[in-house]
Design a protein. Structure first.
Length: 93
């Protein structure tokens, strides 16, 4: 006899590979991940509405390997650690 768990959309557990790269380690289901991402996007939108920084994205391509791309990646890594100044300096360059 098979169990019929009737999982609702978003209740699917994240598998170990999906969880491995997540910074917020408390997320267990795809629904929790979706909610967390949505809240993060809303926070970013609210922040942008308050600050309205002039973004120019470094004025160059971020696809090819270059000093511009290196600065961009350094800014993203710092932002992952809640240090947004390098990324803000990059986008205003």
């Amino acid at each position: 006899m098979a169990l019929d768990l009737d999982e609702q959309d978003g209740q699917t557990p994240l598998d170990p590979d999906e969880r491995a790269g997540l910074i917020p380690e408390h997320l267990n289901t795809k629904g929790e991940l979706n909610d967390w991402e949505q809240e993060n996007i809303l926070r970013a939108v609210r922040w942008l509405k308050r600050t309205r920084p002039p973004f120019s994205c470094g004025g160059s391509s971020l696809v090819s390997a270059s000093q511009i791309r290196s600065c961009y990646l350094e800014g993203l890594r710092a932002a992952d650690k809640n240090d947004y100044q390098p990324l803000l300096a990059f986008v205003r360059s």
